[in-house]
Design a protein around this ligand. Structure first.
Ligand code: NAI
Length: 303
């Protein structure tokens, strides 16, 4: 009798233990929000130096959240900070990190072979009930999932930068993703305080599929000399009500990031004119102009 009980308990158990692999920009944010919402989190990266950097950025960010959420109550704020930080364990051992995980979210470098290698080894190390998810922005989830034997327990969980601030979570189903897995991902997303939307495993999912071609079209407009960068951005802010113009946004996202996303899609879908190369973008990348992070992109950010 205990056997059937434990099997159903596992099936119905909520997601409590979360492992985040990759402690960069996105991984640190995902780990932070999971810890803030009461999950036990293992945060993994290649070495201790990278993890230390992530820990520091999480500390700063959690303090900011606490100040906002508990304005007049320092005691409650401090308790929130302590609880959040103690929920996170930093480690470099992938296999150990998933030993008791209910959910594993991968947020490592955007390279399909490296992601596949990681998941194939995690598949052997993690318990059978563990759900796997990738935070990839531009790679097909299916290509990553096929490195495992658990396609029914695999999906995409696509967060937005900065994770503690941005409310949206795109949940991506591959055809094999089971209803049980999908429902758990939705429930977990809500527990994380996010608004969830669901999308098939298509290039760019919802947000980037619309946003990236829009930024590319703005670059093409600039390239043709139809209007100045400032006027293109002012137009979309004041004429369409967007908080940022497309070129400012491209600089903020990182011109290199957008470039490689579009390049990858163009290789996979050569007939789609939306994904065509933009020579101006290529030129900026070659000059090392990546946007805000490099001090120069379409605009200059040098002080
Ligand atoms: P990042 O470069 O800031 O962080 C990646 C981290 O993964 C690094 O700390 C690196 O040391 C670590 N790493 C690399 N290989 C590893 C391995 N085999 N095992 C463990 N750790 C490893 O990158 P970022 O921006 O956080 O992106 C991560 C993923 O999230 C990518 O798939 C990207 O497409 C996706 N993403 C990025 C967004 C963004 O705005 N930057 C938005 C949504 C998704």
């Amino acid at each position: 009798p205990s056997r059937s009980f434990s099997a159903s308990a596992v099936r119905n158990a909520a997601i409590n233990q979360v492992t985040v692999i990759g402690s960069g920009l996105m991984g640190a944010g995902i780990a932070q929000v999971a810890a803030q919402t009461g999950h036990k989190v293992n945060l993994v990266d290649l070495n201790d130096d990278v993890l230390k950097k992530a820990e520091n950025s999480i500390k700063t960010s959690v303090s900011r959240v606490a100040k906002k959420q508990f304005k007049d109550d320092t005691e409650k704020g401090n308790k929130f900070i302590d609880e959040t930080l103690t929920n996170i364990t930093y480690m470099t051992d992938n296999n150990r990190s998933v030993a008791t995980a209910d959910l594993v979210i991968e947020a490592i470098i955007e390279n399909v072979e490296i992601k596949r290698k990681l998941f194939s080894s995690l598949d052997k190390a993690a318990p059978s009930h563990t759900i796997f998810a990738s935070n990839t922005s531009s790679l097909p989830i299916k290509d990553i999932a096929e490195s495992t034997t658990r396609l029914d327990r695999f999906g995409g969980l696509h967060f937005f930068n900065p994770v503690p601030v941005m409310k949206l979570l795109e949940i991506i189903r591959i055809p094999e993703t089971s209803d049980a897995t999908y429902n758990k991902m939705v429930e977990w997303g809500k527990n994380m305080g996010k608004v969830t939307v669901t999308c098939k495993d298509t290039p760019g999912f919802i947000v980037n599929r619309l946003l990236v071609p829009y930024m590319m079209e703005a670059l093409r407009m600039l390239e043709r000399g139809d209007a100045s960068a400032r006027d293109i951005d002012t137009s979309m802010k004041l004429g369409a009500g967007y908080p940022m113009g497309p070129l400012e946004l491209a600089d903020y996202v990182g011109l290199d990031t957008s470039y490689y996303i579009v390049k990858g899609w163009a290789e996979k879908y050569p007939d789609n004119t939306l994904f065509e190369n933009v020579p101006l973008l290529e030129k900026l990348i070659k000059e090392g102009k990546f946007g805000v992070k490099s001090g120069e992109g379409i605009y200059s950010y040098k002080k």
